[in-house]
Write a protein that binds this ligand. Sequence first.
Ligand SMILES: [Zn+2]
Length: 497
Amino acid sequence: MEYEPVIGLEVHVQLRTRSKMFCGCAADYQTAGPNTRVCPVCMAMPGVLPVINRRAVEFTIMAGLALNCSISETTKFDRKNYGYPDLMKGYQISQFDLPIAYDGYMDLAPSETVPGGHRVGITRIHLEEDVARLTHVGTGRGGYSLMDINRAGVPLMETVSEPDIRSAEQAEAYILELQSTMRYLGISTANMEEGSFRCDANVSIRPKGSDELRTRVEVKNMNRVRAVVRAIEYEIDRQTRMAEAGERLEQETRGWDDDNGVTLSQRSKEEANDYRYFPEPDLPPLYIDRALVEEIRASIPELAGSRRVRFETEYGLSSYDAKLLTARRETADYFESVVLSRDHSGDAIRAFAKEAANWINGELARLHNSSNGLDSDLADTRVKPAQLATLVELFQTRAISNNAAKQVLADMFVTGRDPEDVVDEKKLRKVDDSESLLPVIDAVIDENPKAVDDYLSGKETAIRFLLGQVMKATRGAADANTASQMIAERLETVRKA
Ligand SMILES: [Zn+2]
């Protein structure tokens, strides 16, 4: 029998609000010393009262609209009761039966790994609070745990998908698209390694073509996108082998062990009623004004997917280039500022945009990543969009060589200077007039008799060495085609002499 996987993802993102979910403490818990971003509310002192963070509610509405959800008119908070040392109150304020957003979907664009694209339903998006951070030191009798309450109460938004995902590749595409959406909206850093984007997967299998939902396993502890993909692949394989052997699958929570590439049983899965949810008596229900929803809808920026398509059609970019440029809103904004800093249209804008994309995705990205790390954006680069546009023009009009343009950009990247100033100072303007090149070529021929002999005795590749010497003498400013043609002519004169 052939089986197909049935996968649903639960994603928690920390929202980028200034203060925490129910108190006035600063939410950027990572930059502060342990237990310095705390107050009686997030430390769960008796008698304190929570206050709802309006911004967090607005961010959740925004996420809901971006994911094609309906927005509740009435919503409320509930207590989710469970005991664990990272939970200060003994319960987490969450949302049970009336989430802020519900019934949406996300369309995955067609790609190599998701041929034909795929639609994933969004069950719900709700708000809750993060818990304290525990650090375990040592094991056994001497072991202990350190507790940092800074993270307790940071706004956490949970997006639950329908079990519509049918492969690890679709799960990967869903995660990447969700990350991109959160970042475009500016509501979360959505960084898995830092813990501001966490993903759990519910995985089950069923006979292909059936529509039953079988016993599912929840997989946790995946700290990278790659880990989610591997954990899902492992779980599909494990469950398929069990089904083929006629073994019964337990409903349980399993943890991903990245080092060994396996999932391990952690505990039998709780049902919702294990949490004894009940309405939070300290918070009133929320009525979400339709005017506010429309205001938020109007403020949503163009998202990665539609921008990608527009870059392809409007600027004629390859889907590869468009995908790279739109992965982050800052990069897409930067690219568009470069292109729009010039008054091009029609074919000219396409040629210019193509060249600008090459420089941004190539040399500028290389410089930027090597000094800022991979996961940063171009928003704060010293190279202003108009300056990069000038550099692209200098290269496009062949005023400077490719090699020279790279040198200029490296200088601009550090100093923020205008490209023309760098070109003039370093004398990098392409030399292709014979008057200035001839003396250089003659000197190189004089200084390299061995290479000249080699060439004259039939070893034509010796010309490449001589060209290299000319490029060196002009610091890359010579036009390679012109120079190599002139060297060949010069050597023929030597032969005849
Ligand atoms: Zn607090």
